[in-house]
Design a protein around this ligand. Structure first.
Ligand code: SAM
Ligand code: SF4
Length: 487
């Protein structure tokens, strides 16, 4: 989701420093990890050239769920006596938390690993975590024998044990069981952002989209207990976090495993009710489970942000069927109408894949027509990438790479026009903004509106980071808004 050109996310931050702080430590709610004998083992790592013993470097690829998994992995390591460092050269333990959603993302990891052959490893421990780990399994040891830990996200709850094995000198440690009913809860999470906290409420995926590797790499759907989620939100609020973002591959499939049986919309309202919480976001919503009660909750509680990310993938029912997406174009449009029927305007973003096997010009025209019909606030568009372990791999009628690029460009051009118009129509409006970035240029700041637009604005005031301020829109492009402080 992060390599798109037109979504309402990272691309708006151009020219502005993003605050990744590194200050946010927060304590989780479950003690599912074993920490016996920990510090001793971290300290026992060998002497390394240029690296201090017991230090780790962690690089993350891919989606917000991976970002948040890494925050939890960092928490596990910190609680074992490790210290986080900024470069692989100064680390005794190097971890890559990987993404395999598209081929390019998966390739990046092997190019990172390739750098170590040259450096001959120098005694460092190297581990591959996440989706590529699950997808490639022990094959990673064959391709990169200097790797000693391969662990998929479904095995993260076993990470302390696996790390203990690596620290004891075991050269081939794996956590590859992806048929689990466990969620990854940590004693401590090291959060990157000091104001907005990610919180995974549902892991894995039970859908079977024919192009998608996630059910294979992340295992079956498992929801976290509502009382555990709410306890963590309370602690986050006490630590000063004011915005929480609930995460899940299909976040609205949430099924409370406790006797309370809280519905997803009830959970949203309960999270918003926690004192100190000012904004609640959630992503990604699956169209098939997007129900009226979610819209009603947003209408009833202004702390629930007026933004829904609901991937459509294609505007053609024929392609949706081949993708095994569980809804038709018409059914998707009914969901859109439901969201548009809310009392306050809710911005809608989506994901689209172009060049799926068998997609014709007519199918693409239906997708372009859908953009006109829905008027999305942002689109994350991708060229179809064949993935291992997926049913679409065996499909005929592949679309040539050049043609995929042409279709992607057409779609992006159309969406750019839509976004330019939408954003321009906001001139003069005033939004509440959570300030999260400061430019190198003097008096320039940036932040997000509730509808998840990034807005860059000027203000003479000092120390705005983390504050909520009113900003009036003075200008717009396809990718974002510019404004000034309003009282
Ligand atoms: N669970 C979400 C849903 O159902 O919409 C999506 C999660 S997936 C990590 C993020 C996006 O990656 C998908 O919405 C899809 O657009 C894209 N994607 C997944 N598999 C892909 C593939 N094989 N080729 C290209 N894009 C892909
Ligand atoms: Fe992948 Fe489909 Fe599950 Fe989303 S719903 S993670 S696209 S299988």
């Amino acid at each position: 989701m992060l390599n798109c050109e037109l979504g309402m996310g990272k691309t708006f931050d151009i020219g502005l420093e993003r605050l990744t702080g590194g200050s946010g430590f927060s304590i989780g709610t479950s003690l599912s990890t074993e920490n016996v004998g920990v510090e001793a083992s971290a300290g026992e790592l060998g002497t390394l050239r240029g690296a201090s013993r017991g230090t780790f470097f962690l690089e993350t690829f891919g989606c917000q769920m991976n970002d948040h998994d890494s925050e939890k992995v960092a928490g596990v390591l910190l609680s074992r006596g490790y210290r986080q460092v900024e470069s692989p050269e100064s680390a005794s333990l190097i971890l890559y938390n990987t993404c395999s959603i598209r081929e390019k993302a998966a390739q990046k990891v092997f190019s990172r690993l390739g750098e170590f052959r040259v450096k001959q490893n120098e005694g460092r421990i190297i581990g591959v975590l996440g989706c590529v780990a699950q997808q490639e399994g022990e094959g990673i040891f064959a391709r990169a024998p200097w790797v000693s830990l391969v662990c998929g996200s479904a095995s993260y709850s076993k990470l302390p044990e696996l790390l203990a094995q690596v620290e004891a000198g075991n050269q081939r440690v794996t956590g590859l069981d992806n048929d689990t009913d466990e969620t990854f809860e940590t004693e401590m999470t090291r959060r990157d952002n000091p104001w907005r906290a990610y919180l995974t409420i549902i892991e894995g995926c039970d859908k079977a989209c024919s192009y998608c590797v996630v059910p294979y790499t992340r295992g079956p759907e498992r929801s976290r207990a509502s009382d555990s989620i709410l306890r963590e939100v309370r602690q986050l609020a006490e630590l000063g976090y004011s915005e929480v973002q609930l995460l899940g591959q299909t976040v609205n499939s949430y099924k409370d495993p406790t006797a309370r049986k809280m519905r997803f919309s009830e959970l949203l309202l309960a999270v918003a009710d926690e004192p100190g919480i000012r904004r609640v976001r959630f992503t990604t919503s699956h169209p098939s489970e997007f129900t009226q009660d979610i819209v009603n909750a947003i209408d009833a509680q202004p702390k629930l942000c007026n933004h829904v990310h609901m991937p459509v993938q294609s505007g053609s029912t024929k392609v949706l069927r081949a993708m095994q997406r569980t809804y038709t174009r018409e059914e998707y449009l009914v969901r859109i109408a439901m969201i548009r029927g809310a009392k306050r305007a809710i911005s809608i973003t989506t994901d689209i894949i172009v060049g799926f096997p068998g997609e014709t010009d007519e199918d693409l025209a239906e997708t372009l027509g859908l953009l006109d019909a829905v008027q999305y606030d942002g689109v994350f568009a991708f060229k179809y990438s064949p993935r291992p372990h997926t049913p679409s791999l065996a499909m005929s009628d592949a679309v040539p790479e050049e043609e995929k690029s042409r279709r992607l460009a057409l779609l992006q051009e159309k969406q750019r026009e839509i976004q330019s118009k939408k954003n321009s129509s906001m001139a003069g409006e005033t939004f509440e903004v959570l300030v999260s970035g400061k430019s190198r240029r003097e008096n320039q700041w940036s932040g997000h509106t509730s509808c998840h637009r990034v807005i860059n604005f000027a203000s003479q005031e000092a120390a705005l980071l983390g504050k909520y301020v009113q900003v009036r829109v003075t200008g717009a492009t396809a990718n974002g808004l510019a404004g000034e402080r309003a009282e």
